[in-house]
Design a protein around this ligand. Sequence first.
Ligand SMILES: [Zn+2]
Length: 263
Amino acid sequence: MRLLLLFIFFLSGNSFSEEGVEVNKSRLLLLPASTVERSATQQYGQLLRTASERGLLNRDPAQLERLRRIARELIPYATRFNKGAEKWRWEVNLISSKTVNAFCMPGGKIAFFTGILEALQLTDDEVSTIMGHEIGHALLEHGRARMSEQLLKNIGVSAAAMMLNLGQVSTELLAQTANLAVSLPYARKQESDADLVGLELSARAGHDPRAAITVWQKMTRYAQGAGRGQPPQFLSTHPSNENRIREIEANLPKVLPLYRKAQ
Ligand SMILES: [Zn+2]
């Protein structure tokens, strides 16, 4: 147990910002941010190479430019939630695939699949909602927390601590851990915190945060309509339900003034 305490950095449950939303930072952060970001960059590079080899990378210049513009609008407010984001090398890419999904990996590596844009016919404000939510996961270091948890599960506390100390966590092990970190659902609290960050980033960037309601409604309708087909991947990691929408509605009064100011 002492070892655990030595190597796991417990951050106090601090919340942010004098105005806007309140969220908690991740607690279990065994892996250094730099290690996690390096691993994410490698995973992201691999994804882009695979997509590019298959002719599926950034084939729609208009949609790509739209995504990159919205990212440019949101990013200036990212450091409100994570000071380290100042040094992130943000990237936004679009992959041609029917997959209904989007993500932002640790360190600001964003990918959208054409499936999510087309299936849900997303408006700019709705893209901002989803992008802001995904950026929220990255800023609150949910991926880093999960990679840390996975590493502990896989190899145990003492081995993890020793390997980290010696700089011997293999890139392969990290890659496995990083893969799990984007393919498993987040905890409910992490989901609602990412929603809140998304609301605030959107509002500050001048995107209507009320789009968060329509986007989750669309997502739910789409999932129901998908019938016997595969449910959208995005929903398997981001369950949508009445509670989620109610909580978003309850937090709108905190961000609507920011939206009005930004307009
Ligand atoms: Zn999420």
